[in-house]
Design a protein around this ligand. Sequence first.
Ligand code: HXC
Length: 270
Amino acid sequence: MSMDSPFKSDILKGKVALLTGGGSGIGLEISTQFGKHGASIAIMGRRRNVLDAAVSALQSLGITAVGFEGDVRKREDARRVVEATVKHFGKLDILVNAAAGNFLVAAEDLSPNGFKTVMDIDAVGTFTMCHEALKYLKKDAPGRNSSTGGFILNISATLHYTASWYQIHVSAAKAAVDALTRNLALEWGTDYDIRVNGIAPGPIGDTAGMSKLVPQEINNKIKDYMPLYKVGDKWDIAMAAVYLASDAGKYINGMTMPVDGGLWLSRPRH
Ligand code: HXC
């Protein structure tokens, strides 16, 4: 469900945003809402057909958008896509790390390479993208000449706040992502005035995460043991992203904001 935005349509005017995983799911909704609020959009993903469909959808809304093929696990892809974005739009203001890998598997059945694969996409991929983008996010980077540094948003999760069945690899990877958010906020906030924040979505309808990780029979029963369980909309995540990326969030740094309706706090009633 996509609702009207409560924000002014020009609050990201003139900004250039690069989003990994920006061609589908939550990443695409953030691309869309950033675009609707005035940003130009570059999306990075592994599948050309998905990128092309997303760029067409964005352009049909009047959004300036381009798609670059690449895998966040490959440093050369990260560098090429960051540089292509700057070449195309003249600068970079916002990096969103929304690319993620996931599957349900018992720890006992997960191979070390399966564990590493998700760590590589979510954690190492996020670090690599941040690292390659840094020089373009500085205040005095080419094309920016801004009084403030750029902005990084990392999409995380809440499952590592406690423990989650069959997601040891994702829990470890998202815990690492949250650590990256805090440490980069400290170092790059201090040195370059770059803000680094995260969003930890709860269960969000119409996403791969939801269909892969929460089978329908569990979705029907889950309210019995999680009283606050309520499926959110991709729009909810995108609105939080718009807020954090805009000047309204200028004093927020190093925070990962759960956007889950309070779900992670849930305890059965007794
Ligand atoms: C067990 C698996 C597996 C599975 C892969 N592996 N899928 N192990 N169960 N279902 C293991 C393989 O056996 C292999 O280890 C290793 O992982 C690498 O597998 P590949 O298939 O070569 O990897 P690759 O083709 O790169 O695929 C990456 C992927 C894939 C992560 C495995 O699922 C993917 O890219 N999915 C698309 C992205 C996605 O799912 N997005 C939704 C994110 S939702 P061995 O030892 O055999 O070599 C999300 C929500 C998080 O992130 C928050 C939740 C609350």
